[in-house]
Design a protein around this ligand. Structure first.
Ligand code: PRP
Ligand code: URA
Length: 213
């Protein structure tokens, strides 16, 4: 895959270790859910290194008064792409408990692999916040591209997208369609199979998170 200025692939040994367990078909639903949360927390720490709106406040320590930088109230909104993105919300909330949450519902048509949008509920004022769009799987890139387009149509100007596993096809598609969006992927897999599943991947993230199969 080509290098893109707006794409960061983490390849961190601790994240890789957790992803190895996540992939294992023998990993239970409970452990799968916990690992998705843990990986998301690690990703959030890095992804939000830059771009969070901050402000300065005065703090009186026991010794003197000083100026300190804090995160602005109501400045970050988490937007999971339903369903599987829901599994990542708590992982962001661990670091950012006050972040509000919007929801975008999308599923892939099994025949065409085209994303079908079925729900959208976003917090008031989202256009002035940093939006952290989350979905564990970036396969063809169709769902992420459409979700980003939807956010932009609602006025969002500052969007970051986090996926745990990305296929080269999907990463390229989103990076090229939305060069103004920062894309963070924990690990880049080999390719997609004929059904649009990521290889080696982890199977269907929604089914594994929610036990639907
Ligand atoms: C999965 C996944 C992404 C999408 C990725 O959702 O969570 O949203 O597929 O595929 P793409 O990059 O090719 O668009 P799915 O459609 O299976 O819905 P679900 O989360 O409700 O199971
Ligand atoms: N969605 C998933 O959940 N897994 C894939 O491999 C591709 C899309």
């Amino acid at each position: 895959m080509k290098n893109y200025d707006n794409v960061v692939i983490f390849d961190h040994p601790l994240i890789k270790h957790k992803i190895a367990i996540l992939r294992d078909e023998k990993t239970s639903m409970k452990e799968f859910r916990e690992l998705v949360e843990e990986i998301t927390t690690l990703m959030t720490y890095e992804s939000l290194k830059e771009g969070i709106p901050t402000t300065e406040i005065q703090v009186q320590t026991p010794l003197e008064k000083c100026t300190q930088t804090v995160v602005k109230d109501n400045s970050v909104v988490i937007v999971p792409i339903l369903r599987a993105g829901l599994g990542m919300v708590n992982g962001v909330h661990v670091l950012f408990p006050s972040a509000r949450v919007g929801h975008i519902g999308m599923y892939r048509d099994e025949e065409t692999l085209e994303p079908q949008s079925y729900y959208c509920k976003l917090p008031v004022g989202i256009e002035d916040t940093l939006v952290l769009l989350v979905d564990p799987m970036l396969a063809t890139g169709g769902s992420a591209c459409d979700a980003i387009q939807l956010l932009k149509s609602k006025g969002c100007k500052h969007i970051k997208f986090m996926a745990i596993i990305g296929a080269p096809e999907g990463v390229s598609k989103v990076a090229e369609a939305h060069p103004d969006v920062d894309i963070y992927v924990s690990t880049l897999d080999r390719c997609l199979n004929e059904n649009g599943y990521i290889l080696p991947g982890l199977g269907d993230a929604g089914d594994r998170l929610f036990g639907t199969k």
